[in-house]
Design a protein around this ligand. Structure first.
Ligand SMILES: Cc1ncc(COP(=O)(O)O)c(C=O)c1O
Length: 537
C-alpha cells in the first residue's frame, strides 16, 4: 500500500531539482509530486524529463512563458486527478493490479459523470432545437412532450433564421435573456433587465471576464473566502491581481463574519492593496454553508460602505438541503434593503453545471451585471464580443433552468419527480457521508447545508505530518494520495482551497450515486483506521 515510499519514489525525490519544500502559499503544490506518488514506472516523470530534454531548444520554455500562468494553480483537476487517471489506465491494462477495481471520482462537482441522469424536459427541448426538421413530423408527437415541442418552437422563433449553428448576439440571444430575466424576477420578486444578462459558457468565463475588468495590476486586490473554489485564486493569478483572504469560521459552520472582513480589508489597504471586489460563494464551495439573510444584509452594507463590487457566486442556488436554510440571491437582499441599481455594483453568477440539472458539459451560464454605468457595461460587452458569443445549446439550457415547466404543463409532473428525486437523494447522500466522516477518529465535518461537497477537518498525527514533510508534500495531500492508492477514492486536499494554517482538510463530493455510498463509506472507514493505526502519535 505504501508504494510511494518505495525505492524508485525515494530516488525521484532525491534527484528532482524541481521539488519544492512545503510551500507557505496554501495553493501551491509540488510539481514532482505526481511522479513521487505514481505507481506506473513508465508514466509521468520519466516521459516528462525525456520531453524536457527533447524540447530544450524550443522557443517556448518554462522560463519564457507568461509567469502568471506558472503561478496559477487549480487543485480540483490537479496532480491527484492525473494520478487517478493513471491508476485507472493501469486497472484497465492490468485488472487486479490495485486493491480496488474502480476509481471513484469524488474530486469534482460533475454529477453526470457519476451517473446522474439529465432532466428529460431540458434534453427534449435541446434536441428539438438542434434538429428542427423533426418538429413537424407526426412521430415527434409520440416521442416528445407537447410542452417541450411548444418550447422548442418558441425558442427557435427567438433565434434569427432559427439557426442554432449561427453566432448570436455577444450577450446571448435576446429572447433567451428575456426568459432568464423573467425567471430572476419570479425568483426574487424584483424586476430584472434582460440587458443586464450576459450569457456565457458556464460561470467560469464570466468570472474571468469580471477579473479582467477589475484587475489592472498587482496592486488591485480581490477579496476571497478561504477556503475558496480555486477558480477565483487561479483567475486572480492569471490576471495578475492580488488575492486578499478572508477566513470563514469553521467553528460556526463556516460562518462569514463581517468583523473578519473589516480586519482583513484594513490590513490589505495598509499594505497598499486597492481592494476592488468581494467574492461571496453562496451556497459555499467547498464549505457547503448557506448564508442567512441577515448575514447577507451585513455583507451588502459592507460592500456599499467600502465601495466594493459584490461578486456573488450563486451557482448552487438550487442546492439547499436543510429545512432551516433557504437561498436568497444577493440582488433580492440588496433590493429588499432599498438599494437600487445606482447604490451597489453587484454581479450574480449562475450556471447550468450545478443545481439538480448538473449539465457541466453543456457549458451554459450567465452573469447578471447590475449597478455599473453604461460606459462600463459597454466595456464588458466589448470583452464579451471578443469571444463572439457563448455556445447556443448552453444559452438555451440557461433559459430552461430559469424557466422550467410549470404546474399544468404536460411535463410538469415528471419534471418535478426527476428534480425532487435528485435533490432529495443529494440531501440523503450528504447526511450519510457527513455522519460517516464524523464517526472517524480525529475528523470533524460541518453539515453540508447546500452545494455538493463536504469539507472535513482531519487532525493529522505529528507522525503523519513528519512523513508528509519527508515526502515533500502537504500533510492533507499526503493523506489524500494514500487514500487514493488504498481505495481508488479521489478527493481534493484542503490545501487546494486554502485553509487556516496548521489545519488540514479534504473536499469530497456528495455526488456518487446512492448505491455506491455504502462502499465508499466502508473503504474510507477502513482506510482511515489503518492510516491512524500506522501514524497515531
Ligand atoms: C462555486 C463555483 N463557481 C463556479 C463554478 C464554475 O462552473 P461552470 O463554469 O461549470 O459554470 C464552479 C464549478 O464547480 C463552482 O463550484
Amino acid at each position: 500500500m505504501l508504494r510511494f515510499v518505495g525505492k524508485k519514489a525515494k530516488n525521484l525525490i532525491r534527484n528532482s531539482c524541481v521539488l519544492q519544500r512545503l510551500s507557505p502559499f496554501p495553493f501551491q503544490s509540488s510539481s514532482a509530486f505526481l511522479s513521487t506518488f505514481n505507481n506506473n514506472p513508465s508514466s509521468s516523470s520519466d516521459s516528462n524529463s525525456l520531453m524536457a530534454h527533447n524540447y530544450s531548444q524550443s522557443p517556448v520554455t518554462l522560463d519564457t512563458i507568461n509567469p502568471k500562468i506558472k503561478k496559477c494553480q487549480y487543485a480540483v483537476r490537479g496532480e491527484i486527478v492525473t494520478l487517478a487517471q493513471n491508476l485507472q489506465q493501469e486497472l484497465l491494462q492490468k485488472p487486479g493490479s490495485h486493491p480496488f477495481d474502480e476509481i471513484i471520482y469524488c474530486n469534482i462537482g460533475n454529477p453526470h459523470s457519476l451517473g446522474q441522469q439529465p432532466i428529460t424536459f431540458f434534453r427534449e427541448v435541446l434536441a428539438l432545437c438542434d434538429h428542427p426538421a423533426i418538429l413537424d413530423k407526426s412521430e415527434t408527437q409520440g416521442l416528445f412532450s407537447a410542452d417541450s415541442i411548444e418550447r422548442a418552437f418558441q425558442i427557435l422563433d427567438q433565434i434569427p433564421s432559427r439557426a442554432t449553428g449561427a453566432y448570436s448576439h455577444s450577450q446571448g440571444i435576446k429572447g433567451l435573456r428575456d426568459t432568464i430575466a423573467a425567471g430572476i424576477e419570479v425568483r426574487d420578486g424584483f424586476p430584472a433587465n434582460p440587458n443586464d444578462i450576459f450569457l456565457t459558457d458556464g460561470a467560469s468565463p464570466a468570472v474571468h471576464m469580471m477579473m479582467q475588468l477589475l484587475i489592472s495590476s498587482e496592486s488591485d486586490g480581490i477579496f476571497c473566502p478561504i477556503p475558496q473554489y480555486p477558480l477565483y485564486s487561479a483567475s486572480i493569478a492569471l490576471h495578475g491581481g492580488t488575492l486578499v483572504r478572508y477566513y470563514l469560521d469553521e467553528a460556526t459552520g463556516w460562518g462569514l463574519e463581517v468583523s473578519e472582513l473589516k480586519n482583513q480589508l484594513e490590513k490589505a489597504r495598509s499594505q497598499g492593496t486597492n481592494v476592488r471586489a468581494l467574492v461571496v460563494i453562496n451556497p459555499g464551495n467547498p464549505t457547503g454553508q448557506v448564508l442567512s439573510e441577515e448575514n447577507q444584509r451585513e455583507i451588502v452594507e459592507f460592500c456599499k460602505k467600502e465601495g466594493l463590487v459584490l461578486l456573488a457566486d450563486e451557482v448552487y442556488q438550487e442546492n439547499v438541503y436543510v429545512p432551516d436554510k433557504q437561498f436568497h440571491s444577493f440582488k433580492k437582499v440588496a433590493r429588499g434593503m432599498g438599494y437600487g441599481e445606482k447604490d451597489i455594483s453587484l454581479v450574480s453568477f449562475q450556471s447550468v453545471s450545478k443545481g439538480y440539472y448538473g449539465e457541466c458539459g453543456k457549458r451554459g451560464g450567465y452573469m447578471e451585471v447590475t449597478g455599473f454605468s453604461p460606459e462600463i457595461r459597454e466595456q464588458i460587452y466589448k470583452v464579451a464580443s471578443v469571444n463572439l458569443c457563448s455556445n447556443i445549446s448552453g444559452q438555451i439550457l440557461a433559459s430552461l433552468v430559469m424557466s422550467p415547466p410549470k404546474v399544468g404543463d404536460e411535463s410538469y409532473e415528471s419534471y418535478f419527480a426527476e428534480k425532487d428525486g435528485i435533490l432529495t437523494s443529494m440531501a440523503r447522500r450528504a447526511k450519510t457521508l457527513e455522519a460517516a466522516l464524523n464517526s472517524l477518529e480525529g475528523v470533524t465535518c460541518n453539515r453540508a447545508e447546500g452545494a455538493m461537497y463536504l469539507f472535513p477537518c482531519i487532525q493529522l498525527p505529528q507522525k503523519a505530518i513528519k512523513a508528509a514533510e519527508a515526502a515533500h508534500t502537504a500533510p492533507d495531500a499526503f493523506y489524500c494520495h494514500k487514500l487514493l492508492n488504498a481505495t481508488g477514492v479521489v478527493v481534493v486536499p484542503g490545501s487546494g482551497f486554502g485553509q487556516v494554517p496548521g489545519t488540514w482538510h479534504f473536499r469530497c463530493t456528495i455526488l456518487p450515486q446512492e448505491d455506491r455510498i455504502p462502499a465508499i463509506v466502508e473503504r474510507l472507514t477502513k482506510f482511515h483506521k489503518e492510516f491512524m493505526d500506522e501514524f497515531r502519535d
